[in-house]
Design a protein around this ligand. Structure first.
Ligand SMILES: *[C@@H]1O[C@H](CO)[C@@H](O)[C@H](O)[C@H]1NC(C)=O
Ligand SMILES: *[C@@H]1O[C@H](CO)[C@@H](O)[C@H](O)[C@H]1NC(C)=O
Length: 374
């Protein structure tokens, strides 16, 4: 809940900023249309954001004007953050977490970085992405023996030595596959992506058949919230399709697992613009990471970004999206509908686990095709 709230705040902040720019531009045009009045509380929030940003990026006001070496920093903002803010972008959401951001940027340049993967993960999940770069060496696992790096995306085991396990309660992939219900049992997940046991299933071979009969070649795609990359692994191994997998390291080394399978992990949150160009991919799949816990504004931006990267005739595949039944009808259905895609498949079924029954939740699995031209 806290995260959702923060995401919302971040979204509101971004919108206020654009509103602000809009209204200042409008005032300079010769015939100004009446700009919508900006409520006072939004103006106040905007001023707070602006003050934080300028504080962060301000040159250190030094009492001694001639020597920088002798000057004592008068603010608590880490020097490397000040320096970085002048050469690279810092997401506006970072400013909502100056404590975390300052901790992250507090390090000794040119030496080993502090070992702080949890800090990085929290910042990213709170929308602080891209993270500022750091001038230090990140700890990485020691060189694997060449024989331990699997060439097959379905290896019998993943090499434990390629992960720094310190922050996890499990210390091996074997432990993860026994304790983590989703993702780390590679073969179980593979079977679930290939089977048809309810209308919510769209087996990969059936999808490939549909695309083929629509004369729509599938070569390149993105799996959003793809966990350990099993979808990408099947697409690579059986269909020679290149999939990128966005995945976060929530309580387990998902990024490492994807990479160890020879697949591309993208360590980006759902708020982030997909790092590929417009109209370049044939397929975007959204797994269960996209669900009713994502604020609607975030989801709306995400779907329109998906539309941006899909080529004409490309597919959006929503796999077991869950929400309250009434919200699917009133909010999410219309939201997806606005994209104007062709519904190749649209299956809704009750979510029958205890939480699903309690909240009247449903699953949606949909295959949607982008119009061939816009
Ligand atoms: C994938 O590519 C390899 C090498 O180019 C080829 O031998 C194989 O038949 C291809 N498989 C499929 C399913 O297209
Ligand atoms: C799904 O759940 C609703 C109540 O939430 C119920 O009215 C409906 O009959 C259920 N449908 C099926 C197919 O079980």
């Amino acid at each position: 809940m806290g995260l959702n709230f923060l995401l919302l705040i971040a979204m509101v902040a971004t919108n206020i900023l654009s509103l602000y720019h809009l209204s200042t531009t409008v005032q300079h045009s010769p015939k100004p249309p009446v700009p919508p009045p900006v409520p006072d509380h939004l103006i106040r929030q905007l001023n707070t954001i602006r003050a934080t940003i300028s504080h962060l990026t301000r040159h250190n006001p030094s009492t001694s004007t001639s020597t920088t070496a002798a000057a004592k920093p008068t603010s608590t903002v880490p020097q490397d953050l000040l320096l970085h803010s002048q050469i690279g972008p810092i997401a506006s959401s970072c400013h909502n977490h100056p404590d975390l951001l300052h901790r992250y940027m507090n390090y000794t340049p040119f030496s080993m970085c502090p070992y702080d993967p949890d800090l990085q993960e929290s910042l990213i999940l709170n929308g602080c992405h891209p993270l500022p770069r750091r001038r230090c060496f990140s700890k990485t696992p020691s060189k694997p023996s060449s024989s331990s790096l699997p060439l097959n995306p379905f290896p019998t085991s993943l090499p434990d030595s390629s992960v720094i396990w310190n922050k996890y309660s499990c210390k091996s992939f074997d432990c993860l596959s026994k304790n983590n219900p989703i993702g780390f049992d590679l073969n179980a997940q593979r079977a679930s992506l290939l089977k048809y046991s309810s209308e919510l299933d769209l087996p990969i071979n059936q999808f490939m058949q549909l695309a083929k009969s629509a004369n729509s070649p599938i070569r390149l795609g993105i799996d959003i919230g793809g966990g350990t990359g099993t979808f990408a692994a099947i697409m690579k191994k059986f269909y020679n399709v290149t999939m990128l997998t966005t995945t976060m390291n929530v309580n387990a080394p998902y990024n490492e697992a994807v990479a160890l399978r020879g697949l591309v992990p993208l360590h980006v949150p759902l708020q982030q613009r997909l790092p590929v160009f417009d109209g370049t991919v044939d397929l975007v799949r959204c797994g269960r990471a996209v669900n009713r816990w994502i604020p609607t504004a975030v989801m709306e931006f995400m779907f329109y970004d998906v539309d941006r990267v899909l080529r004409g005739g490309g597919y959006l595949w929503v796999d077991r999206f869950f929400s309250k039944g009434v919200d699917l009808e009133k909010v999410y259905g219309p939201l997806i509908g606005k994209l104007g895609y062709k519904k190749v498949k649209w299956a809704v079924a009750n979510k029958t686990d205890p939480s699903g029954l309690k909240h009247g939740e449903v699953y949606l699995t949909a295959l949607l095709q982008k119009p061939t031209s816009r």
